[in-house]
Design a protein. Structure first.
Length: 561
């Protein structure tokens, strides 16, 4: 078995880095070699290993890890948020499980507009920022369908972590300090995340979350009904009523997990299985890879290869801004993932210079051939054939900054992923169209990209990432580096990354890249921007009868520079 240490979570641009202290155990393979796990936090990976020791499988391990992350990585994910999961069950079937947050019934198109202007803080902080959470519905479904253990055993490691506490590190403490003033404005948040004097807990403080432990206990006993039709839903309704929010118990009762049609495409003899709308991830991972198919990336020099990848990213993100949204509300053309469309878009790319400012394309039959109506990633796999990729989030640091009193649950601020007004960017700098406008019961567009790679119908790799819109481009580069360039999985993730999202019209390159690469891309006309180490990809590979588990290499780079 092969296991490589993990590294870094990064939220996009201004959200900075979320690295953990130098610790082993981010990615592990069980002693018998039958199960592999990769997460962003060693305690979450350990929780997964604990349920495996009790007889659990990859499904149990994935849910246990996700629940533990809600304790030790609560500023990024938790049951107050949402998720997308790609699950390949032991019988060979594949499901795409949509646990994306949903706008409440009282939401409206212009709910964040005041005096003709978008008030960005309303969609990012407080009572109006949250959608109805969906992760619990997905976890409950997964355990019922494919888990090997009773629910209580899967929840127990996370309950123990919440009740017994864990020592927060310098990065966690820095995030508390950064958001202290806002957190102090919400009593439930201040009770858990700040001292009695209103100060952020320092590094080394043992953070105990008894309310969250009790919430987990009730979920372990009652399942999703406790969350969507029981005391938790009523607690959220009460807080929202008292604080000018919109979500009520009826919104929770109306929430349903959706089984989506997986996005399937072929790349260099592999089948790439991704998540369809309202995720843009699967669509645009496929679109970018399809656009690059006519080019032999392995034979190109570094500058030309990175240039082509950047141009394909730019074209895909232009399409994302125009076409993508919740397929229950807008028409999302399947032609975006067709090879014919990609070939036409590829003709726009020149090896000699960057594209002039470009807009979206229009696939054939766009009107009729349609898809059916801060973040963390978890990857698990077992020898029985279960493979799980879950990307889960509350969006930005501590989501809406609201902990619902008495529950310990951090509520998301995923409403910011809607378009408050066309052309007005969200916190990640992404712009969109009416396709992603707010509507009651609608799910906002996402970049989450849980991905499964098959060869001759058998799973050989799974990967996914955290980091806002860079999720898509991280996954693409991981696939290219591994499949096209033949790099081992660890090196495929460690290679310097680029990111282009059309708006802003700039190419972001990690500062670890060679200066010759930066200069060469600039000479082709790219407006270059520099980023520190960014991204957080988790991946598992099955090759030659053994698992290799890798979690983001950049944490080591950050901690040892």
């Amino acid at each position: 078995m092969k296991v490589f240490g993990s590294t870094l979570i990064a939220l996009w641009l201004a959200l900075g880095l979320n690295a953990y202290g130098a610790m082993e155990g981010y990615a592990r393979v069980s002693a018998d070699g039958k199960v592999a796990v990769a997460t962003v936090q060693p305690r979450a990976t350990e929780a997964a290993m604990q349920v495996l020791e009790k007889g659990g499988n990859a499904v149990d391990a994935a849910v246990a890890a996700a629940l533990a992350l809600g304790v030790v990585d609560g500023h990024n994910s938790g049951i107050g948020g949402g998720c997308f999961a790609i699950v390949r069950w032991a019988d060979g079937s594949v499901e795409a499980l949509d646990g994306r947050e949903m706008a409440p019934a009282k939401a409206s198109r212009a709910m964040y507009v005041r005096d003709g202007e978008v008030v960005k803080s309303l969609s990012r902080t407080g009572a109006l920022a949250s959608g109805v959470p969906g992760s619990v519905a997905v976890y409950d479904y997964m355990l019922k369908k494919g888990g090997a253990l009773e629910r209580a055993k899967v929840y127990q490691p996370a309950i123990d972590l919440a009740e017994q506490g864990f020592a927060i590190d310098a990065i966690y403490a820095e995030r508390l300090a950064r958001h202290r003033e806002v957190l102090a404005g919400f009593s439930g948040s201040a009770k858990v995340l700040l001292s009695p004097q209103g100060e952020p807990w320092p590094a080394g403080h043992k953070l105990i979350q008894k309310d969250l432990a009790q919430t987990y206990r009730q979920l372990a006993k009652q399942g999703a009904d406790y969350f969507y039709r029981g005391d938790f839903a009523r607690a959220v309704e009460k807080w929202m009523n008292d604080n000018g929010g919109m979500i009520d118990a009826k919104d929770f009762a109306a929430y349903q997990m959706h089984r989506r049609e997986p996005v399937r495409s072929d790349y260099r003899g592999y089948e790439i299985v991704g998540f369809g709308p309202p995720s843009s991830g699967g669509v645009h991972v496929a679109e970018i890879l399809n656009t690059l198919k006519p080019f032999d990336l392995r034979k190109l020099d570094n500058v030309s290869r990175y240039h082509l990848i950047a141009e394909a990213m730019k074209l895909a993100f232009a399409d994302r801004a125009y076409w993508l949204g919740d397929p229950a509300f807008v028409d999302v053309p399947k032609g975006l993932i067709s090879e014919r469309y990609a070939r036409e878009r590829a003709k726009l790319i020149s090896l000699k210079k960057t594209l002039a400012d470009t807009g979206h394309g229009t696939p054939a039959n766009a009107e009729v051939d349609l898809f059916d109506k801060h973040t963390t990633h978890i990857a698990t796999a077992d020898s029985e054939g279960n493979w799980v990729a879950i990307t889960t989030t509350v969006n930005t640091d501590f989501g809406s900054k609201v902990v619902i009193p008495g529950t310990g649950v951090v509520m998301n601020n995923q409403m910011d992923d809607f378009v408050a007004r066309p052309g007005v960017p969200n916190i990640y700098g992404l712009v969109g169209s009416e396709a992603n406008a707010i509507a009651p019961g609608k799910r906002p567009l996402s970049s989450m990209s849980p991905t499964l790679v098959l060869r001759e119908g058998k799973p050989v790799m799974t990967l996914g990432a955290a980091g806002g819109p860079t999720i898509i481009t991280q996954v693409v580069q991981g696939i290219i580096n591994h499949i096209d360039l033949g790099l081992p999985l660890y090196e495929a993730l460690a290679t310097p990354r680029i990111h282009h999202q059309w708006r802003p019209n700039a190419l972001y390159l990690e500062k670890s890249a060679a200066e010759s690469l930066r200069k060469g891309l600039a000479e082709l006309g790219h407006e270059m921007k520099t980023l520190g180490p960014y991204g957080s990809t988790q991946a598992i590979e099955w090759r030659d009868g053994q698992f290799t588990a890798v979690s983001e290499p950049r944490l080591e780079q950050r901690n040892h520079r």
